[in-house]
Design a protein. Structure first.
Length: 401
């Protein structure tokens, strides 16, 4: 009788932990669970495991730090990372360490099972074409290290496949969108009830009207934010290309980027968006991710100054739409202008705030936009700082095959 493969799940959410355990046991694995990194390390020291499923955010330790300690005991140990937030910096850290994959919660259990089955194969043979693509452990680590030393020697097919996989890792999962829409639907219900009670109380107790109006104004802001969140989830989970309004996408991305405290408090935002603006054709997530990368690059260029300006303008042209992003940072050096779209330029590094910077922003942005006929140009502004210009063709539907 074949020995069951041993899988250790290190996850502090008991519901997720239980679901994974049942699914793995039902598919021929011996699944054990730990609620903390310390408990997971203790179990690992006592007995070997064939695969680790690790939450990125554990209560007592970073999940990748835990895996790093485990790999000091078993260098070939495969692991899959689970996270509630697919932050690009965390993605790079996981891939540099050699993760099989990084999955955003809530994930599809079928994908977990496919990844598990592939990871536990003795020879790690690539899956068939109709199986979700899985990255062999270490592929991105190899790519990252090579890129830092000999990027010109990387085979173009390997580079393209790896970076396309990184694109898939950052793109939202359909299951996440369904979950997000459910949450926003429930929040809207609660807000509607709250605002209704406050308005009734306002009528009954006019002497409290001033204070109640302040609470109502906060509730309206939350309502508007939830509405934006719902729209974003809905659009990002549409996998079929659609006509897209770039002004709406830009406003949505800027609203959510205000979670970055430096952006919120130290960047002066100047919007010059032409209305109406012709639609372009494509996938919402490609445009939103590309614009997010360009905006973050502009913000990062001004972090050391502790203040900055970001100008975004859109213009319609006969043949399409132009989007320009301008910052007041130090601009591009002559060498940086020549290599602005090269992957891992500048090299993978950790900035003063401890964030991993992968040098992929403009490369990925151009890759996503080129899918829909887009062009991206970079240049220095006469008054200082940099400008990124995006040109997209005007299309209302898919080109004829």
């Amino acid at each position: 009788m074949a020995t069951l493969k041993r899988v250790l799940i290190v996850e502090d959410d008991r519901v997720i932990q239980s679901s994974l355990s049942r699914a793995l046991k039902g598919n021929g694995c011996q699944a054990e669970a730990a609620l903390s990194a310390r408990e997971g390390l203790d179990k690992f020291r006592r007995a070997p495991y064939d695969l680790i499923l690790a939450d990125l955010r554990l209560p007592d330790m970073d999940g990748l730090d835990m895996v790093r300690r485990m790999r000091e005991m078993d260098a070939d140990l495969p692991f899959i990372v689970l996270t509630a937030h697919a932050d690009p910096d965390d993605t790079l850290r996981a891939l540099k360490l050699g993760a099989v994959d990084l999955l955003q919660k809530p994930f599809d259990l079928r994908r977990i099972l496919a990844l598990t089955q592939h990871s536990l194969q003795p020879c790690r043979v690539p899956p068939a074409a109709d199986t979700p693509m899985v990255d062999p452990a270490g592929l991105f680590t190899e790519l990252s290290m090579k890129s830092r030393k000999e990027s010109s020697e990387i085979p173009s097919s390997l580079e393209a496949d790896a970076l396309l996989r990184l694109h898939e890792l950052q793109a939202p999962y359909t299951s996440l969108g369904r979950f997000g829409n459910g949450v926003t639907h429930n929040l809207n219900g609660f807000l509607t009830g709250l605002m209704g009670h406050l308005e009734i109380l306002q009528m009954r107790r006019p002497e409290l009207s001033g204070d109640l109006e302040k609470i109502l104004e906060l509730a309206r802001k939350i309502r508007d934010y939830v509405a934006d969140l719902s729209t974003k989830y809905e659009n990002e989970t549409l996998r079929e290309p659609q006509p897209q309004n770039l002004n709406q996408i830009l406003r949505a991305e800027l609203a959510f980027l205000r979670a970055d405290l430096f952006f919120k408090h130290y960047i002066e935002l100047r919007l010059d968006l032409q209305e109406p603006l012709a639609n372009v054709y494509g996938q919402y997530s490609d445009f939103s991710l590309a614009f997010e990368e360009i905006i973050l690059n502009a913000v990062d260029a001004q972090r050391d100054r502790k203040r900055g300006v970001l100008t975004i303008r859109t213009r319609a042209r006969d043949d399409g739409v132009i989007v320009e992003f301008e910052d007041e940072g130090s601009g591009f050096s002559p060498e940086a202008l020549l290599s602005a779209f090269d992957p891992f330029r500048p090299e993978i590094r950790t900035d003063e705030d401890g964030r991993v910077r992968g040098g992929l922003g403009l490369f990925l942005a151009r890759m996503w936009l080129q899918r829909w006929g887009g062009e991206v140009e970079v240049e220095n502004r006469d008054g200082g700082g940099a400008r990124v210009r995006v040109r997209l063709p005007r299309k209302e539907k898919a080109p004829a095959p």
